[in-house]
Every structure is written in structure tokens, then in C-alpha cells.
Ligand binder design. Structure first.
Ligand SMILES: O=C(CO)[C@H](O)[C@H](O)COP(=O)(O)O
Length: 311
């Protein structure tokens, strides 16, 4: 396994202040042409080393598949716009887009990451942090985070999100709330006007195992007639979350999905529900990588920004 090499610090002088205008498309900034630092960061050996960090030699990496490229664009742009040298406690979310967040953070260099603490939203992101050789912390020690960047299953025009496709919604919400700034990164398929349009499985709902059947019944009565217990793929029985709970996926008709805050309150009140994968008006911004290489940014004030692809 080759070492992960980090580029020299083009980061520090360009992005030292959030108020500075950003250099043009940073998400594609000299990624392949940057010269590399002499001293490689050696990832820790772990059987869970995420392939993105394990295999990516920046100089020789093969082009990414279009969806992966879109995820990377979103992640890189979000890091460039929200992770600054003064940010020392950083929340790392879950999913397949987040490894690109870590990759970009590593590109900020050894010096920038020397004293930073990274708090994970679950098993996967914990392994990601360890594999990258970054410093792992937890919420007990660091209950206040500077910024958390996470993926999403779908984001509507009011920046409400469905999350929990990876069953991490409880810890993800705790870290989103604990952060001064919570930012979402995704590819273009997650960008919609009304939740439930693109993400078909429904709202992920974490429940205590003892209560799952009772909660299912109540969800059916609430309008989710097809709510079902999420079953594991390579194990007989239910998916078990990092908190030893079960997950129910509950679709609702569009009329109910149009008001996710109301639905969130209704579901959260059902006894046995631990957390609901509806994140309502929590994000500062959502970044979507597009097929044409551009990035769409939806901001909390309703503004939509577009960053054109660089040539
Ligand atoms: O909420 C999540 C896990 O619980 C993920 O952030 C969400 O599923 C998005 O994942 P991906 O980036 O792979 O599309």
C-alpha cells in the first residue's frame, strides 16, 4: 500500500480568511499538477481503510466516474469555502461523498491539520479519520464543533434534508447541532424541490428495537402505509445502527413531504422513536456537484449560486 501524499500548502495563503474572495474554481485547483510534499502522511493500517484514501495517488489517479466526480466537486468546494485555518474542531459526516471532504482537508497540509480534532458521526467516518492519520476526538471532549460537513440523501429548496441512508442520522444530527456551521455535500441527484422526489426509500427513522412494531403501526396510521423495517443485506435480520437501534424507512405522500418540519415533529413524538432523518433548516449551505463540472450552492437565505466548471 503506497503512502497518501499531500500537496504543498497552497491553502494557507489563499484561504486564510472567510471574507477573502475565493480564487476561481478551487474545486479543480491544480489537483493533478500540484507538486507534492516530500514527507508523506502514512495512513494507519486498518482493514477498514477507505479505498479513496488508500489508493489515490494524486499524480497517477485514473479519472473518476461522473458521479464520483460530482461528489468530489461538491466536497472540495465546500471544504474550500468553509474549512479555514482557525477551525480546529471539525465534524466528519457519513456516506460516500465524505471521503472527498477528508481528502480535501488533507490537502490543506500537515501544518493546517497538526492540532485539529476530527469528530466522527459513526463507525465509517471514525475509520476514515483514523485511516487518514488525523486526530480523532469525541463529543464528550469537544461538545462544540467549528464546522461539520456531511452528505445527504436529498435536499429540498428550503435546505431541509433527508439523511440516514447509511443509518447514521442520530449521530449526524447531534454533530450538525453541535457545529457552528453545518454544511451538506452531495451530487446533483440529491438536489430537489420537495423531499421524497428523488430519494425513494423514505424517511429513515431510528427506533429502539423493543418498540419497532408499535412504531411501525403508528407510522402506518400517520400516513406512511408502506413503512418497513430496514433489513440487512449480508445478515439475516434488521440493520442495527451504531447505537444498537433499528431503522424504519417510511415514505409519505407528497402533501405531507411538503411540510417536513411538521412531519418531523409528528414522527419524533411517537414513543420509541430515537431520531428522525429529517434535518429541517439546519444547514448553512448545500453543495451539489453537477454533471457538467459546475457546482450549485443553495444557501440558507434561499439564494442559489452557481460556480462554473473550470476548463
Ligand atoms: O445520511 C447519511 C448516512 O446516514 C449519508 O450522509 C447519506 O446517506 C448520503 O450518503 P452518500 O454521500 O453516500 O450519498
Amino acid at each position: 500500500m503506497g503512502p497518501v501524499r499531500i500537496p504543498r500548502l497552497w491553502f494557507s495563503h489563499k484561504l486564510s480568511s472567510p471574507s477573502l474572495p475565493l480564487p476561481l474554481p478551487l474545486y479543480q485547483a491544480t489537483y493533478f499538477s500540484t507538486s507534492f510534499a516530500e514527507r508523506p502522511i502514512k495512513p494507519h493500517s486498518t482493514p477498514f481503510l477507505p479505498s479513496l484514501l488508500r489508493t489515490r495517488n494524486m499524480a497517477t489517479a485514473a479519472p473518476l466516474a461522473p458521479i464520483e466526480e460530482a461528489k468530489r466537486l461538491a466536497a472540495y468546494t465546500a471544504v474550500d469555502k468553509h474549512v479555514f485555518p482557525e477551525h480546529q474542531v471539525i465534524g466528519i459526516g457519513s456516506g460516500s461523498t465524505v471521503p472527498y471532504v477528508v481528502e480535501r482537508i488533507m490537502q490543506q497540509g500537515r501544518e493546517a491539520n497538526k492540532n485539529r480534532i476530527f469528530v466522527p458521526t459513526g463507525f465509517q467516518s471514525k475509520e476514515l479519520i483514523i485511516s487518514a492519520g488525523l486526530r480523532l476526538g469525541d463529543l464528550d471532549q469537544y461538545p462544540k464543533l467549528d464546522v461539520t460537513i456531511d452528505g445527504a440523501d436529498e435536499v429540498d429548496s428550503g435546505l431541509n434534508c433527508i439523511k440516514g441512508g447509511g443509518a447514521c442520522q442520530l449521530r449526524e444530527k447531534v454533530l450538525a447541532e453541535a457545529a457552528e456551521t453545518w454544511v451538506v455535500v452531495a451530487d446533483y441527484r440529491k438536489n430537489s424541490s420537495i423531499l421524497g422526489t428523488n430519494y425513494a426509500p423514505g424517511i429513515p427513522i431510528e427506533v429502539v428495537p423493543f418498540a419497532y412494531a408499535a412504531v411501525l403501526k403508528k407510522l402506518h396510521a400517520l400516513g406512511s402505509t408502506k413503512a418497513t423495517l430496514r433489513l440487512a443485506k449480508m445478515k439475516a435480520g434488521p440493520v442495527v445502527s451504531d447505537n444498537s437501534n433499528f431503522v424504519i424507512d417510511a415514505t409519505f405522500p407528497p402533501e405531507q413531504m411538503k411540510d417536513p418540519s411538521k412531519l418531523l415533529r409528528q414522527i419524533k413524538l411517537l414513543t420509541g422513536v430515537v431520531e428522525v432523518g429529517l434535518f429541517c433548516q439546519m444547514a448553512k449551505a448545500a453543495y451539489f456537484g453537477n454533471q457538467d463540472g459546475s457546482v450549485t450552492i443553495k444557501w440558507e437565505d434561499g439564494k442559489v449560486e452557481s460556480i462554473a466548471a473550470s476548463q
